[in-house]
Design a binder for this molecule. Structure first.
Ligand code: ZN
Ligand code: ZN
Length: 310
């Protein structure tokens, strides 16, 4: 969902409909501190921030990308060249001239705010580090961002900005669970920024989406003792769907067919998305009637529990 989306036609254009194919592979989450007992001191420190790799702008198959700073200076590294950008300076990357990867970060190599654009097509701010490398007739841009920033960015994109906070928190938990334990869904990066994986907009500091991520920080949905990549969809039409008896492979959570009062009253029979798990429309309706995010998650993911990721 766009943050400003209110009308049913907007819902229609941005339906969440992820495929169910799951491929084996490396886990998407980056570093964790060692848990070796001899490193007792290290183990007492908070776990390192989890990271997620997201391929951006891939639908445009860009042959030219532009990077510029947002507020602080930005370091661009190409081979052994180091270029510092400040103010309104812009660094242009063209496929035809690129032989090695370009990296974008703060001056010490850590995450930073930067602006990335395809001239005439799209212009977006991100927080993280960026790698751009030549691909097959296109540039491949991958942003590595903090998991919680990615969660807030998806909540901002998937839910209306004025949705009640408890609905946003339910969405945040589903989104985090999806990022945390879904196997990589692309060859060149772990997730994309479209509804194929999870629709993602600019990092959403200071918004209710950001608050929803913070207030559910680290919480994952688990089933049978294990977190699972929670599916969700926009409008269920009055009842969600179970995977059982449908011939679809059940590798973790089977999902259950549960009634959705809000859709029954407001959009009976109207379906947008795959009807698995959280119904975004129904979650907003439940939260507006006073339900907590835990009650919303209990409704749409029966038999599951919440557990901290660390
Ligand atoms: Zn994808
Ligand atoms: Zn529904």
């Amino acid at each position: 969902m766009r943050p400003h989306a209110q009308s049913s036609s907007e819902w229609g254009r941005l339906v969440t409909c992820r495929g169910l194919a799951i491929r084996p592979g490396r886990l998407p989450i980056g570093r964790r501190l060692p848990t070796c007992p001899t490193l007792l001191l290290l183990c007492c420190l908070p776990a390192a921030a989890q990271k997620v790799d997201i391929g951006v702008f891939s639908l445009f198959r860009p042959i030219e990308l532009r990077v510029s700073p947002v507020s602080n200076t930005v370091l661009v590294t190409v081979g052994d060249q180091r270029i510092v950008l400040e103010g309104h300076q812009v660094f242009t990357i063209r496929l035809a001239q690129l032989s090695s990867a370009v990296h974008v970060s703060s001056r010490d190599g850590s995450a930073t705010d930067f602006r990335l654009s395809i001239p005439g097509k799209i212009d977006r701010k991100f927080n993280g580090t960026l790698a751009i490398r030549p691909g097959d007739h296109k540039l491949i841009a991958v942003v590595t961002m903090d998991l919680e920033i990615a969660v807030a960015s998806v909540v901002a994109a998937e839910m209306p900005v004025r949705a009640p906070i408890e609905a946003l928190k339910a969405q945040a938990v589903a989104t985090r669970s999806y990022f945390a334990v879904s196997p990589p869904r692309h060859d060149e990066y772990t997730f994309c920024d479209t509804t194929h994986c999870q629709f993602l907009r600019e990092p959403a500091r200071g918004t209710t989406a950001h608050r929803a991520a913070q207030e559910t920080r680290n919480l994952l949905l688990e089933y049978a003792g294990k977190p699972f990549p929670a599916q969700y969809s926009a409008v269920c039409g009055g009842r969600t769907r179970s995977l059982e008896g449908e011939g679809e492979p059940i590798t973790g959570y089977p999902y259950y067919s549960v009634p959705c009062d809000y859709c029954r009253r407001h959009s009976p029979g109207v379906v947008q998305g795959h009807q698995l798990g959280l119904c975004q429309s129904g979650a907003i309706g439940m939260a507006a009637s006073g339900a907590t995010f835990r009650a919303i998650l209990d409704r749409y993911y029966p038999g599951t529990h919440l557990q901290p990721s660390n």
